[in-house]
Design a protein around this ligand. Structure first.
Ligand code: TYD
Length: 211
């Protein structure tokens, strides 16, 4: 057993809005539980009482792009302290719906926040801890936009990010793909434009390999 195995696995889910990540999150948690793991399923921004309040502000209130990045990391600091680190120390699997890759893709890629600043915040808040595995749900932006339009038509109010223009989502998507290409050992990219059963089959194979 290596030192790394002493703590639980840290698995994150990423992808542009409308990529289908949320559709699969509960199924992934169930599959990991069925494989015998104690699973802590959580999300960012959020995951703690304060983090959920910050999420409310982040998804609804207009703010500068820098403030957005700072609040994401403020919520993350609480989340790491109260949820993620204790769970990993217990040996649980932490399944986190979005983490710092989202800050790189959305605030960095989408909103142009200086990369050096994001790197400095990341180093400060969790320089010692990275996800073991990141599942990137990838889909062309036309498909994700069409999915969002359908939920809006069905009466769901879109949040501040979901209301962004197509070009924003394209930059976010490219941001994610660049991160995945730079760290192929950590990332597993899932083609989320395929039928649900195919996506699940791919996910099951990945989960059998990583946890
Ligand atoms: P999302 O995860 O898509 O939740 P839901 O499935 O309930 O809509 O919503 C979170 C939003 O927050 C999403 O638009 C991406 C954004 N976000 C960032 O911009 N930066 C971050 O660091 C994180 C964690 C999320």
């Amino acid at each position: 057993m290596t030192t790394r195995d002493a703590r639980g696995r840290f698995i994150t889910l990423e992808g542009i809005d409308g990529a289908g990540k949320s559709t699969h999150a509960a199924w992934i948690a169930q599959t990991l539980t069925a494989r015998g793991h104690a699973v802590v399923a959580t999300r960012e921004p959020g995951g703690t009482p304060l983090g959920e309040r910050l999420r409310g502000l982040l998804l609804q209130e207009p703010m500068t792009h820098d403030t957005e990045a700072l609040l994401m990391f403020a919520a993350r600091r609480e989340h790491l302290e109260h949820v993620i680190r204790p769970a990993l120390a217990r040996g649980d699997v932490v399944l986190c719906d979005r983490f710092t890759d989202a800050t790189w893709a959305y605030q960095g890629g989408g909103h142009g926040v200086d990369r050096g600043r994001i790197a400095a915040l990341e180093d400060w808040i969790h320089g010692d801890l990275q996800p073991d595995v990141t599942l990137l749900f990838d889909v062309p932006t036309e498909i994700s936009r069409a999915r969002l339009a359908r939920s809006a038509q069905a009466g769901r109010a879109l949040d501040r990010f979901e209301r962004e223009q197509a070009a924003f989502f394209e930059r976010v998507r490219q941001g994610y793909l660049a991160r995945a290409a730079a760290d192929p050992r950590r990332f597993r990219t899932v083609d989320s434009s395929r039928p649900l059963t195919d996506v699940r089959e791919h996910l099951a194979a990945i989960l059998a390999e990583v946890a």
